[in-house]
Design a binder for this molecule. Structure first.
Ligand code: GDP
Ligand code: MG
Length: 176
């Protein structure tokens, strides 16, 4: 089977509180790897992942923050030309869930108007520590009119990590 190349790479960002698993989700999806300890890198960088969808080979640029989210100091340049944003919270940390509204506001103020958003409740493998229920996640997704997925970057059998990116890419293609 042959695949035609899509015109341009799509820019996908991760946003959410520090330590919710943004970098881990990126590595799980792009490389299918996981590490318990990450050292924040200096400067903003991205990884490229190619997926196949609608008979096309599509390049996704996955942009990671360099830890500025610790200070709620995400610059406008990070959001520039973004096609989609993955908003991540940690299902074991209530404050990371509460702060999603803060990140939504930050996106409203800085990202392109038509940017696609998706809500992700991560660390779903930590069953005994979960404080944010599936119902809470769904409700918040509905409130913002965005899709909601429960993920684990740690588990190598959680299908939702790639579902997040396929869903986003479908939506990008629909509006591109
Ligand atoms: P970031 O600050 O949002 O980029 O978060 P990181 O990706 O650096 O992850 C923070 C910590 O949480 C690291 O120790 C990860 O190994 C751990 N972590 C990330 N995702 C998961 C997950 O889905 N499950 C579990 N159990 N740990 C995770
Ligand atoms: Mg990180």
């Amino acid at each position: 089977m042959t695949h035609s190349q899509s015109n341009r790479p799509y820019k996908i960002l991760f946003i959410g509180d520090s330590a919710v698993g943004k970098t881990s989700l990126m590595f799980r999806f792009a490389d299918n790897t996981f590490t318990e300890t990450f050292t924040p890198t200096i400067g903003i960088d991205f990884k490229v992942k190619t997926i196949f969808l609608r008979d096309k080979s599509i390049k996704l640029q996955l942009w990671d923050t360099a830890g500025q989210e610790k200070f709620y100091n995400i610059t406008r340049s990070y959001y520039r030309n973004a096609d989609a944003i993955v908003l991540v919270y940690d299902r074991t940390v209530a404050s990371s869930f509460q702060n999603i509204s803060r990140w939504m506001k930050n996106i409203d103020e800085n990202a392109p108007d038509d940017v696609i958003r998706i809500l992700v409740g991560n660390k779903s493998d930590l069953h005994h520590s979960i404080v944010i229920s599936s119902q809470d996640g769904k409700k918040l997704g509905d409130r913002y009119n965005v899709d909601y997925f429960e993920t684990s970057a740690k588990s190598d059998t959680n299908p939702n990590v790639s579902k997040v990116f396929y869903t986003l890419t479908e939506k990008i293609l629909d509006q591109d």
